[in-house]
Design a binder for this molecule. Structure first.
Ligand SMILES: [Zn+2]
Length: 189
């Protein structure tokens, strides 16, 4: 079983710290549009599962005897753990590289310790990381459940759309960070 003490958002007994998580998610104002509300809810739920190591990756499904192999269905090269699908799977590694990130050794249990490239804003950095993880997870689900195969450019476009929606979640004085994220994704396309 995963050692929950490694999770930055949980106490040693596994209870989730809500304060850092809420800071992570920039719970500042009520969503102003139905789409923003939908995105917000999905992000909050996803974030809580991801940092607890509870998203339904194949290694977790194997432990529950729901699948008979943990092999990643995206690359077919390694067991599908949360860390694999977010950082180690070749598509994910290339995606982060396109944004100028070095995610070598990065893990989902230590999302708050991802190395921040100099050109990426300090402000709300964890939210940006989470936004990218969310889109990588959606791409993975698209491959498995809908036979889709989003290109890197399509994922970057989806990230940019998401970054734009975050404007509705954050204080007006902080909204400039969304513009910088949008530029970051555009430059990587
Ligand atoms: Zn893979």
């Amino acid at each position: 079983m995963e050692d929950l003490r490694l999770c930055p958002f949980a106490t040693p007994d596994g209870k989730l710290h809500t304060a850092p998580l809420y800071r992570l998610l920039l719970a500042a104002q009520g969503p102003s549009t139905p789409i923003a509300k939908f995105v917000w809810k999905n992000h909050a739920f996803f974030a809580s599962l991801l940092v607890q190591g509870r998203i339904q990756t194949r290694d977790n499904l194997l432990k529950k005897h729901i699948v008979d192999s943990a092999c990643c269905e995206v690359c077919g090269r390694a067991p599908e753990t949360a860390t694999h699908i977010m950082f180690e799977c070749p598509f994910a590694a290339a995606f982060w590289h396109s944004l100028g990130f070095d995610v070598h050794g990065a893990t989902t249990a230590a999302l708050d310790r991802i190395h921040r490239p100099g050109h990426v804003p300090t402000q709300s950095f964890e939210t940006l990381v989470l936004l990218c993880c969310w889109q990588l997870w959606k791409r993975r689900n698209g491959i498995i459940f809908r036979g889709e195969d989003m290109t890197q450019r399509q994922v970057l476009i989806a990230c940019k759309t998401d970054a734009d929606l975050w404007r509705h979640r954050i204080r007006s004085k902080d909204r400039v960070v969304c513009d910088r994220w949008c530029t970051l994704f555009s430059m990587a396309m």
